[in-house]
Design a protein around this ligand. Structure first.
Ligand SMILES: Cc1cc2nc3c(=O)[nH]c(=O)nc-3n(C[C@H](O)[C@H](O)[C@H](O)COP(=O)(O)OP(=O)(O)OC[C@H]3O[C@@H](n4cnc5c(N)ncnc54)[C@H](O)[C@@H]3O)c2cc1C
Length: 390
């Protein structure tokens, strides 16, 4: 698989003026953010092309664990919580719609979750209460009655019955099939290196396979977004944060709920697989796993569910989360380019935030007012960080 473009060049190319073959929207990046936005746009009759440097849905969106925390759209929330709550509301209907349209089940299931107690979780409980998210505190007896496989050393936990999960590769397959069914033009193996501009408009893209044009453009290039944004004068600081995962296969499910301990977790799949995640590492664009990190994850699994100590290790992998300086994604117009938009930097939450992100990006790209205020996600929220203005 190809890495990020080393140099991003602004240059002039001649474009075919025949507008009929030009899509309304060209999306750069076919991860969960780009594909969900393409699906929502195409469902409304918008002509969309999605370009990816490699195959679709093979980067962070494939690698993620697919945990979908609960949220409640009715309570007063921060902009981030609104995005999450809106996504929580959309995920079930999106999943059944994709299943009906494509015959593919993305594995969405409201399995519930247990958060083992720590200082962060006590603060989190206050937030859940404020947001109206259902939870209960389990004592030792209740905990082991609910999940008998959990270690007897663990004596108490918060139970979040509304926590859900999705199987990322299946969700991406369903999105791709849904996009295909709606006529989205999907172009893999097409790295974008730069933009062609005329004053404040982007009129085309420079790609490895030749120029592309569209009326509007969306940058959804995950951890690879900064070089492209630099080409239009912005440097938001989106960077890769490696996360490693180990996958065990127990043959039959030992427990049903997602188990969370701080930032690490076990996600039980109904077929007996258990996904153990994850690390947060700065290692550039290196996606290799390390023996030390995988050993740490296996120890975590054994400490939470002792029977996992005997489970065969099926596979390990790593993915690159699109980190941002303040942990929030960048969503909205790219100032200085009236027809270029960005949706990138979702860090640890891109799967869970993807439906609401796609909804607001669809609204922006079609000239509607977004359902959620996007001020907190503006590209220029940290002041003018312009690399240069061409
Ligand atoms: C180990 C791990 C666990 C995670 N667990 C969860 C979780 O439980 N829940 C959750 O919500 N989130 C989770 N995440 C985070 C989530 O996976 C990401 O936030 C999300 O996938 C980001 O989606 P994206 O579409 O922005 O990026 P990506 O999926 O990385 O997609 C970006 C796409 O852009 C393409 N691209 C890049 N540059 C170019 C270019 N120049 N030209 C053309 N195409 C280009 C890439 O090839 C790629 O396909 C996890 C991530 C990891 C790594």
């Amino acid at each position: 698989m190809s890495g990020p473009p080393n140099t991003v060049i602004l240059y002039r190319v001649k474009y075919n003026n025949g507008m009929s073959s030009q899509p309304d929207v060209c999306i750069i990046g076919g991860g969960v953010i780009g594909l969900t936005t393409a699906y929502f746009l195409a469902r409304d009759g918008i002509q969309v092309e999605v370009l990816d440097k490699g195959d679709f849905g093979q980067e962070a969106s494939w690698a993620g664990a697919g945990i979908l925390p609960p949220g409640s759209p009715s309570a007063t929330l921060s902009p981030y919580d609104q995005l999450r709550a809106q996504s929580v509301a959309l995920f079930p209907s999106l999943s059944s719609e994709l299943r009906e349209r494509t015959g593919l089940d993305n594995g969405f299931v409201r399995c519930g979750g247990l958060e083992f107690l720590g200082e962060d979780e006590a603060a989190a409980a206050e937030e859940w209460r404020g947001e109206g998210i259902a939870f209960e505190v389990l004592d030792t007896k209740a905990l082991h009655r609910l999940e008998p496989a959990v270690s007897k050393e663990l004596t108490t936990a918060y139970h979040l019955p509304e926590m859900a999960q999705v199987r990322n590769p299946r969700h991406l397959h369903a999105l791709l099939a849904g996009c295909r069914a709606l006529g989205v033009q999907l172009t893999p193996g097409c790295p974008v290196h730069g933009f062609e501009r005329q004053e404040d408009r982007v009129v085309g893209l420079r790609t490895s396979t030749g120029p592309r044009s569209a009326r509007r453009f969306l940058l959804a290039t995950g951890a690879w977004s900064d070089p492209l944004l630099e080409a239009v004068g912005w440097q938001p600081g989106i960077h890769p944060v490696r996360g490693q995962i180990a996958l065990l296969n127990t043959g039959a499910a030992l427990f049903r709920r997602v188990l969370c301990l701080g930032k690490r977790y076990l996600v039980p799949r109904p077929d007996g697989r258990v996904l153990i995640g994850s690390t947060e590492e700065t290692s550039g664009f290196d996606k290799r796993t390390t023996s030390e990190a995988i050993a740490g994850l296996l120890n975590l699994a054994k400490s939470l569910v002792p029977a996992l100590g005997q489970a065969p290790l099926e596979r390990c992998w790593a993915g690159l989360r699109p980190g941002s300086p303040d942990g929030l994604p960048f969503l909205g117009a790219v100032p200085g380019c009236e027809n270029l938009f960005v949706a990138a930097g979702h860090f640890r939450s891109g799967i869970q935030l993807s439906p609401a992100t796609a909804l607001v990006m669809k609204q922006l790209l079609t000239g509607q007012r977004p359902a959620i205020s996007l001020d907190a996600f503006r590209l220029d929220r940290n002041g003018p960080r312009r690399a240069f203005r061409s």
